[in-house]
Design a protein around this ligand. Structure first.
Ligand SMILES: [Zn+2]
Length: 547
């Protein structure tokens, strides 16, 4: 069925200024169109809420690290089997496993079942890109892409040390193309490389990483400028230094000041918004971060909300995982990815009676509730780090329902909450339109996805239809219909079809002179030959750049 008119629903399409108006949404050939002939088939959405499909700007769903996490957690697999869904027309479906790190097919099914149609994996080591493409090929329905890790890359550091900024930019362009990636990711700039040298903490953005010219600040500036000079659709995606440490708000603000006036995206800000002093005290510094973000229009972020319950922490920030392993005694993985980055994994449970977890939960909610611009601070839990994507409906209820929120607040450990904005009382409740911004329209804009996150003519026909419910967590957990590229994948709340998702990637141009120098570097230091390094060009045309 290529034509469809969705009739009678209250449409929330903030990118086009539509806030709950009852109007038709017309679909032809997988795209939204302005109108259809009167005899086109219809889908009755009277009394329901219609939004663009959800877009996850920061998740961990398909990477060598994610697969390591699956291997670390066999106990999750037996505890949460995921039977193959009964699809229509004899379409083949797959069983799998759930838990905090679902298997590939289950990841696609569950995101679609939640009304999400686009997902980005936020941290792929370049050497792991081939595996990520293979996993995404096995993750149905959702359109997906990934960000390539660059902040601790030996070749990049050498260019910074040599003052070769143009070559650094060419390398960034080449690496995005060679890995089939969508954006630049920086994790703890220089911090992972220092961790490999047994330096456990970055004390300032001017700490030398080998050469005195290579510092966290120089890495941040080089990669941010490269991304902006290449005019990438999404700017650098930054995980700041000192994640999860008391007092790290100073590092986060210094990083923001360093990049002020340039486009940059700061991810899972909740994990970077703590006051206090390491080893002594913790407090919320969400107010400072929210105020800075509110007054600096070039900077954007996502929250990385902590949700109570089981999680799995997966990050390139190996030093953080060492600390988490040492403080919890839980099993863990720590990996050195040659010349490129690191990786650490520790399973974790956020308990509302634990003081630090309660503080983290509060800090995330404060960032949302003090944000002055929902277009620039969007929803994430850093799945599966702060909680799984299945907890988004509960998070939406916390944002929309202040009575529910204050009841929950009373149940959490209060020890570190003195002086926090949430404990002092915040009355704000997100509207449905604001929820549509932080889960769809905002991420699409921040990612530079012109055909996503809205329902205007020309947009991809990714649409989610919810039955109204006074309990927002119930409403958002079980959409009545989900359409992906015009195909009805969820019908009456049941997953019915699982079309292949598209790969979202960019292909920036670069000067081929780079390859001579890079070839020498590979010959001397890498275990992979340069010509074997690039992945096969994705089948889908690039979102941006030359095919
Ligand atoms: Zn992450």
């Amino acid at each position: 069925m290529s034509r469809l008119r969705i009739t009678g629903g209250a449409v929330h399409d903030p990118a086009n200024g539509v806030d709950g108006d009852v109007r038709d949404v017309c679909i032809d050939g997988g795209r939204i169109v302005a109108s259809l002939p009167s005899d086109a088939p219809t889908l009755d959405a009277h009394g329901m809420v219609v939004m663009p499909g959800g877009i996850d700007i920061h998740s961990h769903v398909a990477a060598a690290s994610v697969n390591q996490a699956r291997r670390l957690l066999p106990e999750e697999h037996g505890a949460n089997p995921s039977p193959a869904p009964a699809l229509l027309d004899g379409e083949i479906s797959r069983s799998g496993t759930g838990g905090t790190v679902p298997s590939t097919f289950t990841t696609g099914y569950r995101y679609a079942g939640l009304g999400y149609t686009t997902v980005f994996d936020a941290a792929v080591a370049p050497l792991g890109a081939r595996e990520t493409h293979a996993e995404l090929d096995d993750t149905p329905i959702v359109d997906a892409g990934f960000f390539t890790l660059m902040g601790n890359d030996e070749y990049l550091h050498r260019q910074i040390a040599a003052g070769e900024r143009d070559r650094a930019r060419d390398y960034v362009a080449w690496l995005l193309k060679a890995t089939g990636a969508y954006a630049i990711k920086i994790v703890s700039p220089g911090g992972v490389e220092l961790w490999k040298r047994n330096v456990r903490e970055v004390k300032s953005l001017d700490d030398p990483v080998g050469s005195p010219k290579v510092t966290p600040r120089a890495i941040l500036e080089t990669l941010t400028d490269a991304g902006n000079a290449l005019k990438l659709p999404h700017p650098v995606h930054i995980h700041c230094n000192n994640l999860g440490q008391a007092g790290n708000v100073a590092t986060t603000l210094e990083t923001m000041r360093t990049l002020d006036g340039r486009r940059a995206h700061f991810t899972h800000l909740q994990f970077h918004s703590y006051g206090g002093e390491r080893g002594k005290s913790w407090s919320s510094a969400a107010r400072q971060i929210a105020e800075y973000l509110n007054s600096h229009k070039d900077l954007t972020g996502d929250v990385g909300q902590v949700m109570f319950g089981p999680a799995t922490t997966v990050t390139a920030d190996g030093a953080v995982e060492y600390l988490l392993h040492a403080s919890t005694g839980k099993k863990w993985v720590n990996v050195d990815i040659e010349l490129e980055t690191g990786c650490g994994i520790v399973p974790y449970t956020y308990q509302e009676k634990a003081a630090v977890a309660a503080l983290q939960w509060v800090v995330g909610l404060e960032l949302f509730l003090l944000s002055g611009d929902p277009w620039r601070l969007v929803l994430s839990t850093d799945h599966p780090n702060g909680g799984t994507f299945l907890s988004y409906p509960e998070l939406i209820r916390l944002l929309m329902d202040r009575t529910y929120r204050s009841d929950r607040l009373k149940m959490v450990n209060q020890r570190m909450l003195a002086g926090s904005a949430l404990a002092d009382g915040i009355n704000r409740e997100y509207s449905l339109n604001e929820i549509a911004i932080i889960t769809r329209a905002g991420p699409a804009r921040l990612l530079g996805l012109a055909a996503k996150g809205h329902l205007g003519p020309g947009a991809d026909a990714d649409v989610t239809i919810y039955a109204r419910d006074a309990d927002a967590s119930r409403m958002f957990a079980t959409p009545r219909y989900v359409l992906k590229g015009g195909v009805i994948v969820v019908e009456e709340g049941q997953l019915r079809r699982a079309p292949r998702g598209h790969r979202l990637h960019v292909r920036p141009a670069h000067d081929d002179v780079l390859l001579r120098d890079l070839g020498r570097f590979f010959d001397q230091y890498a275990t992979v030959q340069l010509e074997n390094y690039p992945v096969a060009t994705p089948k889908d045309p690039p979102v941006w750049g030359s095919a």
